[in-house]
Write a protein that binds this ligand. Structure first.
Ligand code: NAD
Length: 249
């Protein structure tokens, strides 16, 4: 029997891309997943395709929406074992020319979103001795030109993950992050419209970035599934790098 069988799971930003792949893999492995996205149509389509347990939409920049969505997920599922804070945005700009408003926005989605979701989910995760997986990035580990505010937001998320893991340890709740390299989603298409054909990328070393192939959303979902499972019962406060070797050299 799958280790995810029967797990009650809430995934933000699961209408598309990596979040949808996570919701799909967890469901295939017997978990009961509530899909959530700020894009209601995408969430509905994904939930129908996947056979999700339900939908509880929120824009993670709104704390009341996040609180309501998590309460709704708990109602649908009868509790919560796994929170996946996947929703995130990219903004590409030379750092010192970026507007302060867009700097604030990326932090509202990528850092404040996971923060308010962890707060809203905490009592339910304590009750189930559950866990959190936060979607960081290799951009949180090293700097990339034109992705300054994105890098800062993902580094902040890694630190939130560490502190939450320490503070929740005695309650039996694990908190981990994953740090993917480039994966084949709409986000990367927006940054580099034809990644496979590109001869250079503006924010780093293309040869290193390509590493033979782009990651797939499923590559990332596999690692999230491991971290959420009881096989990872001694793994907390970690930031798992999965990047085809991008940051190895
Ligand atoms: P994507 O843009 O393809 O999909 C993101 C999904 O999140 C969309 O369905 C979107 O509607 C939703 N979303 C965006 N803002 C939201 C908000 N405020 N509230 C709720 N939902 C929101 O992106 P993706 O590539 O699947 O990225 C998912 C996560 O993975 C992000 O946190 C991203 O930073 C991270 N990541 C992506 C890559 C990559 O190469 N694609 C690499 C490292 C990390």
């Amino acid at each position: 029997m799958s280790e995810l069988q029967g797990k009650r799971v809430f995934v933000t930003g699961s209408g598309a891309g990596i979040g949808k792949a996570i919701a799909t893999l967890f469901t295939e492995r017997g978990a009961r997943v509530v899909v959530s996205d700020r894009d209601k149509d995408a969430a509905e389509q994904a939930a129908a395709e996947i056979g999700a347990a339900g939908i509880a939409n929120c824009d993670v920049t709104s704390e009341p929406e996040v609180q309501t969505a998590i309460a709704e997920a708990v109602r649908i599922l009868g509790g919560l074992d796994v929170l996946v804070n996947n929703a995130g945005i990219e903004i590409s700009s030379p750092l010192l020319q970026q507007s302060t408003e867009s700097f604030d926005l990326i932090h509202q989605v990528n850092v404040r979103g996971p923060f308010v979701a962890m707060k809203a989910a905490a009592e339910h995760l304590v009750a189930s001795k559950g866990n959190v997986v936060n979607m960081a990035s290799v951009a949180g580990l090293g700097g990339s030109p034109l992705l300054g505010s994105y890098c800062a937001s993902k580094a902040a998320l890694i630190q939130l993950t560490r502190v939450a893991a320490i503070e929740m340890r005695d309650a039996g709740v694990r908190v981990n992050a994953v740090c993917p390299g480039f994966a084949d989603t709409d986000m990367v298409s927006r940054l580099v419209p034809d990644f496979e054909a590109a001869t250079q990328v503006p924010f780093g070393d293309l040869v290193a970035a390509k590493q033979g192939r782009l990651g797939t959303p499923e590559d990332i979902a596999q690692v999230v599934a491991f971290l959420a499972s009881d096989s990872a019962s001694w793994v907390t406060g970690s930031s798992y790098v999965l990047d085809g070797g991008l940051t190895a050299s």
